[in-house]
Write a protein that binds this ligand. Structure first.
Ligand code: AMP
Length: 191
């Protein structure tokens, strides 16, 4: 079972590269951002709570995200090749919860693909994406808040996974295909 975490700042290319990884390895996609946007669209209680955080560029509280992730993972069933976790974990607590969840299923995180992109490029990409994504949080003001959130709450996870020997550093600037070629090497090394 291939359990891949794709890790990086907003705008680092997690969604784009996830699609390529799914096409190549046949793993299931779990994007907590997509699940939350689905909840908002369906106007559920979780969606209403989440929207307030998302629109401020803040993280949705760990307890809500961890329960949501567990339910999403269970819904995938057992007959799968693996999962790509996109946008999760975003805090140390979430990473610890993921390790526990996988351990209960006799599995573990196979590798963490860390897409590294400089800030100026990230802001440029998020604003460009905003023109077509329809996402309320893809604007310059919220993008800056999301980046601050990333540096204070999510980046510490890099060290967490480096210590576990799982962090594969990938230069996230370049053509989509050349970046994917690097990702493929990292995944094939743990397959
Ligand atoms: P994304 O689509 O991954 O950029 O996520 C959009 C927004 O959803 C984030 O800015 C957060 O507000 C929220 N979100 C997504 N995933 C998580 C997570 N794992 N933990 C907390 N908040 C999350």
């Amino acid at each position: 079972m291939l359990n891949i975490v794709i890790f990086g700042a907003p705008g680092s290319g997690k969604g784009t590269q996830s699609e390529k990884i799914i096409a190549e390895y046949g793993v299931e996609h779990i994007s907590t951002g997509d699940v939350l946007r689905g909840e908002i669209k369906a106007n559920t209680e979780l969606g209403k709570t989440a929207a307030a955080y998302i629109n401020e560029g803040k993280l949705v509280p760990d307890s809500l995200i961890i329960d949501m992730l567990a339910a999403t993972l269970d819904a995938k069933g057992k007959d799968i090749k693996g999962v790509i976790f996109d946008g999760f974990p975003r805090t140390i607590a979430q990473a610890e919860a993921l390790n526990e969840m996988l351990a209960k299923r006799g599995q573990k995180v196979s590798t963490v693909i860390g897409l590294e992109v400089d800030d100026a490029e990230l802001i440029k990409r998020i604003i460009a994406r905003g023109a077509t994504s329809g996402r309320a949080d893809d604007n310059e003001e919220t993008a800056k808040k999301r980046l601050n959130t990333y540096y204070s709450q999510t980046l510490p996870l890099k060290d967490f996974y480096v210590k576990e020997g799982k962090y594969a550093k990938i230069n996230g600037v370049g053509s989509i295909d050349s970046i994917f070629a690097e990702i493929k090497k990292a995944i094939d090394a743990v397959k």
